[in-house]
Design a protein around this ligand. Structure first.
Ligand SMILES: *[C@@H]1O[C@H](CO)[C@@H](O)[C@H](O)[C@H]1NC(C)=O
Ligand SMILES: *[C@@H]1O[C@H](CO)[C@@H](O)[C@H](O)[C@H]1NC(C)=O
Length: 485
């Protein structure tokens, strides 16, 4: 087992290193550059300024230029990486002067920081998750799960290619999910709060944790144990928040400034093309013409709540661990489709629970994961990452096909319809990809290919959400209702 574990980790890090050799977001695109420069700029700001001024505009912190818009844990992480950068070469983070630095030396440093986070946080976290799933459901697939989580192209391409640190927030969320599966509810509350404080997008995962933990504490036999447990969980969450937010808690104004940075309503319902409902509706019905920004925010809030509440209420009443994983999938998919200010990268938050559902619906989930990478193609193409994207996805597909146990005859029959649907969908996605490379868009519709990719991916993700709901509602999937405590 140890040698398999080491081999997978080695393969995962090697692939990430190869992807790292490619371009990143904003390479050679002054004056604003991209996510790579944003991350570097946060190191510059946090290393040089007082924590109090990290989120506020000032002469040394122009928020128009990649102002910090992630929660405090990201800021502290930037600070640590910034300190390392300073010892490497002070010019990497010198105030103002370091803007837009693009040397080879700097690229190696930045890429290494992501690989470090992969090695220290993401890989151990997904191993813990694989073991937890294996133990809880006695499924005997921990090596395969670890392999699939480690080689999922979406996370590699965004973190080691495009340039971000989703590996940290997703790693923390993975440990939180593992903790729920192992009945370590306090640990789950602790690690999930950390994840939420690294990236606010972890809100996509928050409701299932909330319903599951509340439901569990409410089901305790005596009022006393209920009260003790609930108080303990609330104290853990509040203490972690208080410690992380300490530099901005001296005044309401400072705290609300941080909040304002995390939820910038002014940026509108979506920025780039994204595979969600609003961007798709916008093709025929121009939302911005008919609704003001705050109205749109309310519409998003309403539809998101409408789509996430039923699944979480079911979880609250019929708590089981498979149900928890399915609810995570449904909730994050609904958030991705309906909420305000969704980014292409946020599909990674749906991919994590999707991999957790592998043992029940392997073919469906492989299909979903491939759709998730397809939905990010416009972004990856912009970053000149198309070749590594296709290569990593083909590799992932093959690893799955070579490793997964062969279904028996009965399942084969059941799978026939599914296999046909998947084949049609994959041919469609491949044709669109080839079409987008071969056929130049007309001057009248320059964005036609990203738009087609977004709408097709959105239709897929929407169907997956419907599928998830059907699986939850239909009693026929009895295994979901057998409580595994
Ligand atoms: C923020 O500060 C910069 C100078 O550092 C200034 O140019 C800009 O106008 C300020 N923005 C706001 C919104 O105050
Ligand atoms: C630090 O980086 C700057 C700019 O990238 C470069 O000119 C300089 O040679 C580097 N210094 C060292 C000691 O590597």
């Amino acid at each position: 087992m140890l040698s398999e574990l080491a081999a997978t980790a080695f393969l995962a890090l090697s692939l990430r290193s190869i992807i790292s050799l490619n371009a990143y977001s904003g390479y050679n695109k002054p004056p604003m550059f991209g996510d790579y420069e944003a991350q570097r700029h946060w190191q510059e700001v946090t290393v040089n300024l007082d924590a109090k001024s990290w989120y506020t505009n000032g002469t040394h912190n122009d928020l128009q230029y990649w102002g910090l818009d992630y929660p405090p844990l990201t800021a502290y992480h930037s600070y640590l990486v910034g300190l390392a950068a300073k010892t490497q070469n002070a010019s990497f983070v010198s105030l103002h002067a370091s803007r837009g630095i693009e040397s080879k030396e700097h690229k190696s440093f930045m890429r290494l920081t992501v690989l470090t986070a992969d090695l220290l946080i993401y890989l151990p976290a997904i191993w813990i998750l694989s073991v937890a799933i294996d133990r809880t459901f006695q499924s005997n697939i921990k090596e395969l799960l670890f392999l699939l989580l480690a080689l999922y192209p979406g996370q590699m391409l965004i973190d080691n290619g495009h340039f971000q640190y989703n590996n940290i927030s997703l790693g923390l969320a993975a440990v939180a999910i593992a903790a729920i599966l192992c009945n370590k509810n306090y640990l789950a509350a602790f690690t999930f709060t950390l994840a939420l404080n690294y990236k606010q997008m972890e809100l996509y995962h928050a409701l299932p944790f909330f319903s599951y933990l509340l439901g569990t504490t409410l089901s305790r036999k005596s009022f006393k144990s209920f009260a003790i447990e609930l108080t303990a969980i609330a104290s853990i969450v509040l203490t972690v928040f208080a410690i992380l937010w300490l530099p901005w808690l001296h005044s309401i104004e400072a705290a609300s400034q941080v909040l304002h940075r995390l939820f910038p309503l002014g940026r509108g319902v979506f920025e780039d093309k994204v595979a969600n409902v609003w961007c798709s509706i916008n093709v025929i019905f121009k939302l911005r013409k008919h609704f003001q920004n705050h109205q749109m925010a309310l519409i998003c809030l309403g539809t998101t709540l409408l789509t996430v509440l039923p699944t979480n209420i079911i979880l609250f009443w019929r708590r089981s661990k498979p149900m928890f994983l399915l609810t995570l999938f449904n909730t994050s998919a609904a958030f991705f489709l309906f909420s305000f200010q969704v980014h292409e990268k946020s599909i990674l938050l749906v991919a994590l629970p999707a991999i957790c559902l592998f043992q029940w619906w392997p073919n469906e989930m492989l299909w979903f994961l491939e759709v998730s990478v397809f939905s990010m193609i416009p972004l990856l193409k912009r970053d000149h990452l198309l070749i590594p994207s296709v290569a990593a996805t083909v590799l992932f597909h093959l690893v799955f096909k070579c490793n997964y146990f062969k279904p028996n005859k009965e399942q084969m029959l059941e799978n026939k319809l599914l296999n046909m649907t998947v084949a049609i969908s994959e041919i469609l996605m491949l044709s669109i990809l080839v079409g987008s490379l071969a056929i130049k868009p007309s001057a009248r519709y320059p964005d036609i290919w990203p738009l087609i990719i977004s709408v097709v991916s959105c239709a897929h993700i929407f169907l997956f959400l419907v599928w998830g709901y059907v699986k939850q509602f239909m009693q026929c999937d009895r295994k979901l209702y057998n409580k595994i405590e």
